[in-house]
Design a protein around this ligand. Structure first.
Ligand SMILES: Cc1cc2nc3c(=O)[nH]c(=O)nc-3n(C[C@H](O)[C@H](O)[C@H](O)COP(=O)(O)OP(=O)(O)OC[C@H]3O[C@@H](n4cnc5c(N)ncnc54)[C@H](O)[C@@H]3O)c2cc1C
Length: 822
């Protein structure tokens, strides 16, 4: 950290503020505006140049609402709503054209993606529509419709002047009392007691909270906090074309602009710009900047651009001219080639800065113009409330952990950019940035046919291919329940049911919590009971509103020692949550890299283990014990996420190959099969076991999520108790249910709407084929009055309403848990 002495007020910057925001692009200014609107006007924004000097000034200004992510759609929908009323609200006129847009589809799968988004949009109050190829011409007379299967029409899409938008937000913030210091860079930060001291050439500002909103400079600013911001910078271009007389004439007669056209399968957008056009491709042969030693990031790049690089766009220009031939008649007037930052998954960073107290991130935006409004709202909620209205895990900085090094960020950033409009299929694994963290059994699993997926960087088997199975990437480009993986997963699930299955689970996040009073402290954090020594229990952390923040397994070793185990993806999030609240005297250690886990389960798993381990295998469900396999020390935990008799076998990483070999050898005559994550997903859904950030999220309270049995109302206090008591008094408005769906060829994806007659009455949180019950199963949240066994509903899956029936409370498979507890 850098910094110096604190001064009161020097040269125009206040000596003190509640919050300092570093960066005056659209996102930083929106954050300031939303903080001021929340009553936090004692905030200062520092901009090293003029407002908008980073990516904002040269952005094309498109404002789509489309997203196949629920939370990103929320953010973009909110932005568009905000922008529609902003000019009037802050009295700052600006150019915002709500033109609508057409998103063209070339394949049946693309139309399915569109139909899913139409369903999600409807649930968020937006009326999106599907167009046939013939309809396209009536909305966009200049388009050719070759190769098209249809289009999505978004009436809310449009374009805004990014500089005017930023200035309007700035005016709104200033009018509410917030301060903007232009031409005033932050040059460092230091910590003084509980305060931050932000250094600037005009003096220092002492504040409670700092926000890094430095756009593509976020990595440089992050270094002051000891934080390696996971990001890279791409160059992105758009081309401006001269006036097209036919377009000018059409527009004059129609009295409005053409809708924006996105040919997502060809990967570009085309927008009317005055009477000419703006073409913006996301090209496959894309280019990163400032990622190599011979191309260092300049100290200052304010209001600058990269040199034109037209060659790599040639294919896209030609394709656009075939799609909209009048484009071919226009001269090219200007090329804009600017820096655009990317995180490894293309979503921005909004939320607490990992590892740093009272610091937040609102940076690395790839679509900052259309997301800026919503991002300001989300950031302000994080700062003022410590929690957000919508579950924002998709943008949470804690989703990236230490493995996301520079190479990884560059590889993933390029992959995301080159596939900016790609469809995300449920059984596809993106190939870039792979192999970062390998299980000690990796080669053995690969030899057995494992098809891997990355989970917080850990390579885990998704499924095991049999000889002759199609393992190509192309085979995964479908939403359909089809492909070699489906039958292979069935075999894996049935082996777990009838014999035994073995799953390698490297990277199960684990934290050791130790110290006098650890159990008492933990009890105040979770809604339920801390298990007794020798036992394991599920623990839920709620927020003030009683909403589900996270779930951990608590393995209690002694009065003062326990291991907390959580999802691979939750490693950063859960460690921060615990560490941030930890009192003096308790120690928390992340041991994820030191230990690893096998799940051994199925009817014959006890017989198998009996032959090779010295433990007491009669100990009941939810107990744990130390034992030995192949002479190696193991912790055997009697739980099973697959919902069968089974154990988790935890051991040191170096010992696992021997343990695995012993289990495999003993299991061979019993029919033991390796199984993967796809099978685990199918098995868990039949048991109604919730998955984190699908079924379990801050979009639902503990009561809505059906987790009342994990609440100990008689505890004196825990986070969320007041809100949950109030909710219990009134009765929750929604309840968690399991549904059996006559799903046809597709299982219900996340956020498929539930219908009864003409009313939307809930949504799915996950769906999969259950091989043991031989049915399509969905978990979801339903209006309380309908949440009774036998209620008949419809689930909208890719635009089709499929019949579904609410199941009795409890698991679909083995409802009395007899197999699990046997
Ligand atoms: C060619 C192109 C077209 C685009 N088109 C669109 C589009 O149509 N729609 C869309 O949604 N997005 C678009 N984008 C992306 C969009 O421009 C960005 O996502 C958005 O501008 C990011 O805003 P920001 O506020 O996060 O960052 P920036 O605008 O980069 O702002 C960061 C600010 O921080 C300041 N700063 C940095 N370091 C310091 C410091 N130490 N002290 C003080 N200030 C500092 C910088 O000067 C800068 O002004 C486009 C990008 C490009 C390159």
């Amino acid at each position: 950290m850098q910094g110096g002495n604190v001064s009161e007020t020097v040269g125009g910057v206040p000596g003190q503020a509640r919050v300092v925001i570093i960066g005056g692009g659209v996102v930083g200014v929106s954050a300031l505006y939303h903080l001021a609107k929340a009553g936090w006007s004692d905030c200062v924004l520092l901009e090293k140049n003029e407002l908008t000097a980073g990516s904002t000034w040269h952005a094309a200004g498109n404002v789509p609402t489309f997203s196949s992510s629920w939370s990103i759609m929320n953010m973009q929908r909110y932005s568009a709503e905000l922008y529609r009323g902003l000019a009037e609200a802050v009295d700052y006129p600006m150019n915002y054209h709500v033109t609508g847009s057409l998103r063209l589809g070339h394949t049946a799968e693309r139309l399915q993606e569109f139909k899913r988004v139409v369903g999600m949009g409807r649930y968020q109050g937006m009326d999106l529509d599907i167009l046939t190829p013939d309809d396209i011409r009536s909305r966009y007379p200049f388009a050719e419709t070759h190769e098209l299967t249809g289009a999505l029409y978004d009436p809310y899409d449009g374009d805004i002047d990014p500089a005017q938008l930023t200035q309007a937000l700035a005016k709104g913030a200033r009018d509410l009392g917030a301060t903007i210091a232009r031409f005033c860079p932050a040059t460092g930060v230091s910590r003084d007691g509980d305060d931050w001291v932000v250094a600037t050439p005009k003096g220092e500002i002492r504040c409670e909270i700092v926000v890094n909103a430095a756009g593509y400079y976020a990595r440089e600013v992050g270094k002051w906090f000891g934080r390696d911001v996971p990001m890279m910078v791409m160059s992105h271009q758009y081309l401006l074309f001269d006036t097209i007389p036919e377009l000018a004439a059409w527009s004059a007669e129609a009295g409005h602009k053409l809708p924006l056209l996105r040919d997502v399968d060809s990967s570009y957008y085309l927008r009317q710009e005055k009477d000419g056009m703006n073409l913006g491709p996301y090209e496959r042969n894309c280019r990163a900047h400032w990622v190599a030693p011979d191309d260092p990031m300049p100290q200052d790049f304010s209001f600058q651009l990269f040199p034109d690089d037209l060659d790599r766009l040639e294919w896209y220009v030609n394709d656009a001219m075939e799609r909209v031939p009048v484009l071919g008649t226009a001269g090219l007037s200007k090329i804009i080639n600017g820096p655009i930052p990317y995180t490894p998954d293309g979503n921005p960073l909004i939320g607490p800065m990992p590892g740093v107290p009272n610091a937040f991130e609102a940076c690395v935006f790839t679509f900052g113009i259309c997301q800026g409004g919503g991002a300001g709202k989300v950031l302000a909620e994080w700062v003022t409330e410590g929690e957000t209205e919508w579950d924002m895990w998709s943008c949470d900085p804690r989703r990236f952990t230490a493995f996301c090094d520079r190479d990884y960020c560059v590889a993933k950033g390029k992959e995301v950019y080159g596939h900016e409009y790609a469809i995300h299929f449920p059984h596809h694994a993106w190939p870039a940035g792979r192999g970062k963290k390998l299980s000690p059994l990796h080669d053995r699993l690969a030899a057995a046919g494992a098809q891997f997926g990355a989970y917080n960087g850990w390579e885990r088997a998704n499924w095991f291919a049999r000889p002759g199975d199609d393992t190509s990437e192309e085979a995964t480009q479908t939403f359909r329940r089809e492909g070699a993986w489906f039958d292979a997963v069935k075999e894996e699930c049935l082996a777990v049911r009838d014999a035994a299955g073995l799953l390698d689970l490297p990277g199960f996040s684990r934290f050791t919590l130790e110290g006098a009073g650890a159990a008492e402290w933990l009890s105040r954090q979770i809604t339920g009971a801390v298990p007794a020594p020798g036992r394991i229990g599920l623990a839920y952390f709620a927020d003030k509103g009683g909403r589900v923040v996270t779930e951990m397994s608590v393995v209690r070793h002694s009065e003062t020692l326990m291991t907390l185990i959580t999802a691979a993806a939750a490693q950063g999030h859960d460690y921060e949550l615990l560490q941030g609240r930890l009192p003096a005297g308790l120690n928390l250690t992340d041991e994820t890299e030191d230990y690893t886990t096998l799940i051994l389960c199925g009817l014959k798993s006890r017989d198998l283990l009996a032959g090779i381990c010295d433990g007491d295998l009669s100990r009941p469900w939810l107990t744990h014990q130390t034992s030995h396999i192949a002479g190696k020390f193991v912790n055997l935990i009697r739980v099973c996420f697959a919902g069968e008799l089974g154990w988790e076998v935890h051991a040191a990483v170096d010992d696992m190959p021997d343990i695995h070999a012993a289990i495999s050898e003993a299991g061979a005559p019993l029919g033991l099969k390796p199984f993967g994550m796809f099978a685990l997903d199918s098995l868990r859904i039949e048991k109604g076991y919730r998955a984190w950030k699908g079924d379990l999220s801050t979009d639902y309270t503990m009561l809505q999520a059906g987790l009342e049995r994990f609440i100990r109302w008689d505890k004196p206090d825990f986070v969320g108790k007041v809100a949950l008591l109030a909710e219990r008094g009134k009765g929750p408005t929604k309840r968690f249910v399991t549904l059996v769906v006559e799903a046809g060829d597709y299982d219900a994806p996340y956020m498929s709407t539930l219908w009864q007659g003409d009313s939307i009455v809930g949504e799915t949180t996950s769906g999969a084929w259950g091989h043991r019950v031989d049915k399509s199963v969905a978990l979801g949240v339903l209006r309380s009055d309908l949440a009774q066994a036998g209620t008949r509903l419809e689930v909208e899956i890719f635009g089709e309403r499929r019949p579904a029936v609410v199941q009795p409370e409890g698991p679909l498979w083995d409802p009395r848990n007899e197999r699990l507890k046997s």
